[in-house]
Design a protein around this ligand. Structure first.
Ligand code: NAD
Ligand code: DAU
Length: 373
């Protein structure tokens, strides 16, 4: 036996695998869990989720309503930064998929601390737990070290004036959210290099689809448009994002979990770069509204002008996104139209206070937008 624990091999993460998915009650995490269990291949999934304002057990209702899937599913409410909760769950897992994070850039500007606690300390607690399992594997007390997949973001590259970011590019995060995500990734990479842990990292682009919390651009503007309330467009609305449907983002994570090489990073790019104005125009068309509802409001501080990633590394392994934005956007609008109760629940709790703090002064200073310009 070497003093380095055996790296997990991707083929162990096949039918019957035991997966720990943190943040599995959120937008992307719940889609991943729905996909994993719907495969009906014996995979068992434990979700560890703190149920912050962004987490919602209703996102997993389809799983819990299906007897066969529910029998392979366990939900644990808890914090990834709490080792007492994390350790026994990691001990039972063949792989840990860390989807949990504080995820909204605007909230990271209002109140950064929670981003650091979950994005840095939380990641460290998970990695330490995996390291303990690695030591057990080295002693022959378990078969292999759990694979650790860290879900990250294109925001770690910072804004990209020209071209597209490739995985080897330097980090240049510009918001507290992006800085916390970069720190989490760096820790994960360090645990691979220093302790030989089986770590893979994904960097996804801007994701949209059903079950996304209405704080983000597409669900906020969709639900406000359906309600006939103003749409607060930051600045000139010419910021560019690369849109990725949530089913593709989750499928990309799952693909890297099974086929990624330890120590490697993989961009999951959407392949649909659009300025916000264009997205807003399409949302207005899909909701039957016009530009009179849109206000240009004071910009987000440090607002990244453009994100763009090169997805060729994953494409070379045989993976590509499937959902075209032309189809995904109207179907997402249709989902929000049909799920007003879900939106009402997401816009409860601290929502009104958050909305007043984030948009009160901005909307008061807002101006009409010429949609033809
Ligand atoms: P989300 O905000 O919808 O969900 C986050 C989930 O994590 C929630 O269920 C929340 O309760 C849970 N959570 C937060 N802190 C926790 C903690 N300390 N312990 C346990 N659970 C905790 O987020 P999302 O949009 O689904 O994003 C998921 C992941 O994907 C994040 O890591 C994010 O950085 C990354 N990502 C998101 C996008 C995007 O456009 N949404 C794009 C690229 C990468
Ligand atoms: O790029 C990946 C990232 O995408 C993820 O890592 C983040 O978790 C996710 O929140 C998202 O970050 P963005 O800041 O790009 O997403 P958001 O939906 O907040 O904003 C998208 C664009 O829309 C951005 O240019 C800001 C703009 N916007 C957003 C809101 C909420 C507005 O103009 N008005 C708004 O009210």
């Amino acid at each position: 036996m070497t003093d380095r624990p055996e790296l997990a091999s991707a083929d162990r993460i096949g039918p019957g695998a035991r997966l720990l998915v943190t943040g599995g009650a959120g937008f992307i995490g719940s889609e991943l869990v729905r996909q994993l269990l719907a495969r009906r291949d014996g995979t068992r999934v434990t979700v560890l989720d703190k149920l912050t304002y962004a987490g919602n057990r209703a996102n997993l209702a389809a799983v819990e309503a299906d007897d066969e899937q529910a029998a392979r599913f366990t939900f644990v409410r808890g914090d990834i930064a709490d080792a007492a909760v994390v350790d026994p769950l990691v001990a039972e897992a063949d792989a840990v998929v860390n989807v949990a994070a504080e995820t909204h850039v605007d909230r990271s500007i209002l109140d950064p601390e929670a981003f650091l606690r979950t994005g840095v300390i939380g990641v460290h607690v998970l990695l330490e737990s995996v390291r303990v399992e690695a030591e057990k594997a080295a002693l022959g007390e378990r078969r292999a070290v759990p694979r650790f997949l860290q879900v990250s973001t294109d925001e770690v590259y910072g804004e990209v004036a020209e071209g597209r970011s490739v995985e080897a590019d330097a980090f240049a995060p510009r918001s507290p959210y992006a800085a916390a995500k970069a720190a989490g990734e760096l820790l994960a990479r360090a645990y691979h290099v220093t302790f030989g842990l089986d770590v893979v990292i994904t960097r996804g682009s801007n994701t949209y689809g059903p079950f996304q919390h209405p704080e983000k651009l597409i669900p906020l503007f969709t639900t406000n448009a359906l309600d006939g309330t103003p749409l607060p467009m930051y600045g000139d609305g010419m910021q560019i994002r690369d849109w990725l449907h949530v089913s593709d983002h989750a499928a990309g994570i799952d693909f890297v979990l099974r086929h990624g090489t330890a120590g490697e990073v993989y961009n999951i790019a959407g392949g649909t770069e659009l300025p916000n104005r264009d997205v807003i125009g399409r949302l207005l068309a899909a909701t039957g509204r016009d530009w009179t509802l849109v206000r240009t409001v004071p910009d987000r501080p440090g607002h990244d002008r453009r994100y763009a990633m090169d997805g060729s590394k994953l494409a070379a392994l045989g993976w590509a996104p499937k959902v075209a934005f032309d189809h995904g956007l109207p179907s997402t609008v249709a989902w929000y139209r049909a799920n007003a109760d879900w939106t009402a629940s997401a816009k409860s709790g601290d929502w009104d206070a958050y909305y007043a703090r984030q948009y009160g002064d901005r909307l008061a200073a807002g101006r009409a937008v010429d949609g033809t310009a």
